[in-house]
Design a protein around this ligand. Structure first.
Ligand code: PEP
Length: 250
């Protein structure tokens, strides 16, 4: 019922030339991907050329962030009409690196979500606790708080357009993946929270896992009943490892 999503977050990597070379290798090796949706999120400068390169394929283009205003004097920001024009279908919101280095909060994530829901794009909303929060036993309440703030004033229809990504901060870029059981337990917690607030549509929401997903752990992660895909950082920067992740073995 929930079509899996494998999304590659390229972060601040790849010039236009490097991005085109990577996407050509992904295209060449992709084969049949009818079992899942494959999303790539290159840096802003590469969006338009990559969009041209993936035309006619099933690859979907995502931005790594977006501002909520449609235009204006906001130096350095990027708007939804700009992303729509560049061929984007999705936008990653509230990534922990945005929260950590660029003062993103649940309130600003919420503004972005509402703006994206007013566009043709679909939001991929990231949540996740830090190591200190987990060690203090606060991980469930931190996630509940991020959900309550981030999804504030959302309708059921809005929720149905959202993809969530649970990314424990301690697992991002560290090589320390959450065990499949730990990830599953939190994904269930998230779905229960959604179900209490929005009702049974919670069963339809895709919840991706992110945090050091690699070719050697994707299969066991994807076997968990509430893990509906992956948001991949480091391992999406090489075609071979990303292709292996796309072709996870259920
Ligand atoms: C990410 O940036 O969303 C991520 C999960 O990174 P990595 O796979 O490198 O841990």
């Amino acid at each position: 019922m929930r079509i899996p999503v494998i999304a590659g977050n390229w972060k601040m990597h790849k010039t236009v030339g490097e991005a085109l070379s990577l996407v050509r290798s992904i295209k060449a090796g992709m084969g049949d991907t009818s079992h899942c949706q494959v999303v790539i999120a290159p840096p802003f400068t590469a969006l338009a050329p990559v969009s041209e390169e993936i035309r006619g394929t099933s690859l979907m283009l995502a931005a790594q962030n977006v501002f909520w205003e449609p235009k204006g004097a906001y130096t350095g920001e990027i708007s939804l009409p700009m992303l729509e024009g560049a061929g984007c279908r999705m936008a990653i919101l509230g990534h922990s690196e945005r929260r950590q280095y660029f003062s993103e909060t649940d309130a600003t994530v919420n503004r972005r979500i509402h703006a994206v829901l007013g566009s043709t794009l679909q939001p991929i909303v990231c949540i996740g606790e830090t190591l200190a929060e987990r060690e203090a036993g606060k991980h469930h309440s931190v996630i509940a708080q991020q959900l309550a703030g981030g999804l504030d004033r959302l309708t059921q229809e809005g929720l149905l357009r959202i993809i969530l990504a649970y990314e424990p901060v301690w697992a991002i870029g560290t090589g320390r993946t959450a065990s499949p059981e730990t990830a599953q337990e939190m994904h269930r917690h998230i779905r229960n929270w959604l179900s209490e607030k929005f009702g049974k549509v919670a069963e339809e929401i895709r919840i991706l896992y992110g945090g050091s997903v690699k070719p050697d752990n994707i299969d066991t992660l994807m076997r968990q009943p509430d893990i509906d895909g992956a948001l991949v950082g480091g391992a999406c920067l090489e075609a071979d490892s990303f292709l292996r992740i796309i072709h996870f073995k259920p």
